[in-house]
Design a protein around this ligand. Structure first.
Ligand code: AVJ
Ligand code: FE
Length: 440
């Protein structure tokens, strides 16, 4: 991307923006207006808020800032400022209705494309290599994933459809992979559309450790559950036990015990829990309890990124587990191409240099690390993207889910959430310290 001429950057940006809009259009087009304005969960905004908020951010950054154009709707800036109104209160705001919201985002998009045709692709940090366009594309895709999570919370018949994910293709994989001690380069200073919290590249020392080859599957998780894992205090942290008890958490979100075993509801489809798929919709606290039960722990964020990016043959960190090429459907389960995680082992071509599978796509993976800035962090272009969330109350998640678009994920990408959250497409894999003298 860095070496592309301005025209190449413009067409990349245009394609990425169009793809995001096609997805937003599906997510807000398959339900009726009633559904768009309804709040499906206190944790989520009405879909119509996300839609106009997407347009509002695009107006702020592309039309006004990059383009220097006149505001279209300065009167609605506050309504769609996520910091002025918590999600729970958004349905009672005088929001744009569905038709108005659609007209607004279309009008903003037409202006943004006009700006894109003329904007220099260098000269100031915001436009360097088309950054602002990449940032707004990722913002729309992030809200698309949020809207997909809202769809999962919605009651009623299925409205989204997609082919089944591919089957496992790897045969028997080793359960764990050994990662030798040594430093590696974490984060990036080069990736042009990387967001502020992924920067700068910096060297990190990591002790030898062992990481699960694949994310924890429903089948493995069921063993924890069936062995009374949710009722055994010893597996839980103090905060985790308090959360589990206060909310009577007894299984992953959307699971139900029936006469013949465990079933789940997935985008309106009622189905037996598929044992070979990674577990999804678990909180950090459940992940932590499972890991303790398994005699393991969650990986740190640095361990996760080293396993994903470090190539011991060259000593370099790659953009993705499989190398530097952008993701294809052969590499990872991304982009809502399927409406569930794929079975463990379904993406052999996506394995990392160390042989760790499915680090990108399928499920977001909880790490044990609190969200914080890297050494030398500088908020860009606004403190409210990352910096205001730094601190011990948020845990980092890595790797993206089946609902994350390729434009919004890479080996350095960092997500974060409260440890109690599980309406997101969150799963995990376990790690452990290497035993003295161990070498897998
Ligand atoms: C990075 C997913 C935590 O959705 O809260 C969207 C992304 N920031 N609009 C979120 C984001 C501003 C953010 N996460
Ligand atoms: Fe946003």
């Amino acid at each position: 991307l860095r070496d592309l001429p301005a025209e190449g950057l413009r067409s990349r940006a245009a394609e990425a923006l169009e793809r995001a809009r096609a997805r937003s259009t599906v997510l807000t087009g398959v339900v009726d207006d009633d559904d768009l304005v309804r709040q499906h969960s206190k944790l989520m905004s009405p879909l119509v808020w996300d839609l106009a908020h997407i347009g509002s951010q695009e107006e702020l950054w592309l039309v006004r800032d990059v383009g220097g154009r006149e505001p279209l709707r300065p009167d609605i800036d506050d309504l769609y400022d996520a910091f002025q109104h918590p999600r729970a209160s958004r349905p009672s705001l005088p929001l744009l209705g569905p038709a108005e919201a659609r007209a607004y985002v279309a009008e903003v998009r037409a202006k943004a494309f006009d700006v894109l045709e003329r904007a220099p692709m260098t000269g100031r940090p915001l436009t360097e290599a088309g950054f602002a366009f990449g940032m707004i594309t990722q913002h729309e895709q992030q809200h698309d994933e949020t809207m997909l999570a809202t769809h999962q919370l919605r009651q009623g018949d299925p409205v989204l459809h997609a082919p089944e994910p591919p089957p496992a293709r790897s045969g028997e994989l080793p359960g764990e992979v050994f990662i030798p001690a040594g430093s590696f380069v974490m984060g990036t200073s080069l990736e042009p559309w990387a967001l502020d919290n992924e920067r700068p590249a910096h060297e990190v020392e990591v002790d030898a450790f062992v990481l699960d080859t694949v994310p924890v599957t429903n089948g493995a998780y069921l063993e924890f559950l069936e062995s009374g894992g949710y009722d055994r205090r010893e597996w839980w942290s103090a905060a985790g036990w308090e959360y589990r008890s206060a909310h009577d958490i007894t299984a992953p979100r959307f699971w139900r015990r029936e006469r013949d075993g465990w079933w789940r509801v997935r985008f309106g489809v009622h189905e037996p829990v598929p044992v070979d798929q990674p577990v999804v919709h678990v909180s950090f606290y459940e992940a932590e309890a499972y890991a303790a039960w398994a005699g393991k722990r969650l990986p740190t964020e640095a361990e996760w990124e080293k396993a994903a990016r470090f190539d011991p043959a060259t000593g370099e960190s790659r953009r993705y587990p499989w190398g530097n090429d952008d993701p294809t459907p052969e590499h990872a389960n991304l982009g809502q191409r399927h409406l569930s995680p794929a079975p463990a082992g379904a993406y052999p071509k996506g394995a990392s240099a160390f042989g760790v599978h499915q680090l990108i796509g399928d499920v977001w993976e909880w790490t044990s690390t609190d969200f914080a800035g890297y050494p030398g962090f500088r908020a860009f272009p606004y403190r409210e993207y990352s910096e205001v969330f730094f601190g011990p109350e948020y845990k980092v998640l890595r790797g993206g889910s089946f609902g994350t678009d390729a434009a919004a994920i890479r080996g350095t990408f960092r997500n974060w959430d409260y440890p109690i959250r599980r309406q997101i497409f969150s799963g995990f894999r376990c790690a452990r310290d290497a035993a003295p003298g161990e070498r897998a």
